[in-house]
Design a protein around this ligand. Structure first.
Ligand SMILES: Nc1ncnc2c1ncn2[C@@H]1O[C@H](COP(=O)(O)OP(=O)(O)OP(=O)(O)O)[C@@H](O)[C@H]1O
Length: 268
């Protein structure tokens, strides 16, 4: 279907924003975003602090709905279906479009129960032991925890906790995994582990990752969107999309001077 094709790389589009403006109260936080997220690729959002990377990311699974002052104009579609249509259940959206946060946030439960919790809520009727093993294997954590599944999730290292959170996200069988600076609280070895994992995960899932670390964007992503901020009519500074292209192009041959300056470290 023509409307389902990302012009950027010819693959199927999973999430699309059209003329998206995001407000907190009267403040226009992000303006006029047109962006296609391609299937089974990793797409990175980069840009200076406050340009709206996390705000946009949270629009994709309606997590901003929980913020009272939030309001969106324009369109966000998921396989051509309007994510904000009145008949769309935000809880189901969040099951299909999972999220991993900046700080690992396991539930105060055992490793095993961290994985099964969401599945139980969703009425999963399959074999829980298999689900736990499969999810932990996919998150490259199984070998490290298989002998201590009944221990608390908090007993793991920070990097292991983040992989547990990724396993928890996988366990509800999502289609998309949103990652908001997933490595910013991790040491370099754990960061590398999660980056390797992203490469493996994108064979099955569509990944969108916000990162402050440009080397990380260059290492893990196929597509990169660079956002910047500019003064807004509503006061303050609004984020906007400067350039979106294959990661290699953004880092080696960007079309916009602002992108070139940012990726070369001249500002931001
Ligand atoms: N809950 C909120 N209420 C009001 N304003 C908010 C809220 N969350 C974010 N903002 C504002 O929206 C703008 C975009 O913030 P956002 O956190 O999305 O940017 P970011 O690019 O992810 O920043 P950082 O890289 O620092 O995490 C900022 O001006 C921020 O102050």
């Amino acid at each position: 279907m023509a409307t389902n094709i990302s012009t950027a790389n010819g693959t199927e589009t999973v999430l699309r924003t059209e003329n998206l403006n995001i407000y907190y109260g009267n403040f226009l936080a992000v303006q006029n975003v047109w962006l296609d997220i391609p299937k089974h690729k990793a797409t990175a959002f980069i840009g200076p602090s406050g340009c709206g990377k996390s705000t946009l990311l949270r629009c994709y699974n309606r997590l901003n709905d929980l913020i009272e002052s939030f309001r969106a104009e324009g369109k966000v579609t998921y396989y051509d279906k309007n994510l904000y249509a009145p008949d769309v259940d935000p809880v189901e959206v969040r099951r299909r479009i999972g999220m991993v946060f900046q700080r690992p946030n396991p539930f105060p439960k055992s490793i095993y129960d961290n994985i099964t919790f969401g599945a139980k809520i969703n009425g999963y009727t399959g074999n829980m032991d298999e689900l736990v093993e499969r999810s932990l294997r996919q998150a490259a954590l199984w070998d490290e925890v298989k002998d201590k599944l009944r221990q608390s999730g908090f007993s793991l290292s920070g990097g292991q906790q983040q992989r547990l959170c990724i396993a928890r996200a996988i366990a509800v069988q999502p289609d998309v995994i949103l990652m908001d600076e997933p490595c910013s609280a991790l040491d370099p070895v754990s960061t590398l582990r999660v980056e390797e994992l992203i490469h493996e995960l994108k064979e099955q899932y569509t990944i969108v990752i916000v990162t402050h670390n440009m080397q990380q964007a260059a290492r893990v992503s196929d597509m990169t969107a660079f956002f910047n901020v500019k003064p807004s009519d509503t006061g303050g500074r609004s984020g906007y999309l400067v350039e979106y292209d294959a990661t290699e192009t953004i880092f080696n041959n960007p079309k916009q001077e602002d992108t070139r300056d940012y990726v070369s470290g001249r500002f931001g």
